[in-house]
Write a protein that binds this ligand. Sequence first.
Ligand code: SAM
Length: 284
Amino acid sequence: MTPDALPTLRESLEQHGLMAKKAFGQHFLLDLNITRKIVRLGGPFDGDIVIEVGPGPGGLTRALLETGAARILAVEKDSRFIELLGELKGVYGDRFDVIEGDALKVDELQLLADSQQPSPDATACKSHVVSNLPYNVGTPLLVKWLTGPWRPASMTLMFQLEVALRIVAPVGGDDYGRLSVLAQCLCDCEKIMDLPARAFTPPPKVDSAVVKLTPKAVQPEDRIVRALEKLTAAAFGQRRKMLRSSLKSVGGEALLDKAGIDPTARAETVAPEAFLKMAEISLR
Ligand code: SAM
């Protein structure tokens, strides 16, 4: 079968008698012009592996399969979609695999290794994540990919607009918080596309945006990332308090002095790099 012979996404949903389920955060992109644009802005993926989370009816999946990516591994929690997605194998063969599972629990390194058997060098290949994320698990998944054992070469992720704005927020504003610091310490973060609620079927209550996160060339050691998570939790947990008070349990005024940060400052006025410096100093 050729890609042209595939039914439209709407026809495919109809043929399988599938409707969106709220419990799975399902808001579908059924316009391939939109999914192709997301993939174009997120790429290039040539010769690489892409893990897609929540393929649903497969709009983003089809756009990914049209690229030069070596393989697309799609992780879908809703078992109703597995058969529909399996039909893409008829066109794309072994370049595509669908895995039924919960992305929060999936071991991506194992998935990548399994997908490349019998190559012994399985995890050396560059891999990316692309997803129109279910809103209820978007933030925990991002934190998993920022801090877990699998570090993708890039992440192209759709969030509800409010979360996207928090990820890319500059220091000093209301949107600036824990997620901004963590994401910006580890990645270059850019909002690459806005999508109104009406672009989705069914439309969600809020607008959305796609963020592309590209990990910085030099990554802090894991123990520094752990310290950063602790510091930002304390600092932004009580964001209206002065840092000398909110950071009392994790080094307080002595740590702030060593890092050259005003102890009377509030968390939202401290840049990501300054938090990272504090995390490094806290481990000395
Ligand atoms: N990618 C499709 C699109 O753009 O039309 C669907 C996006 S929809 C917002 C989210 C998808 O993620 C749904 O297919 C849903 O079943 C799936 N999903 C929800 N929770 C998940 C989880 N924990 N792990 C994997 N997939 C999940």
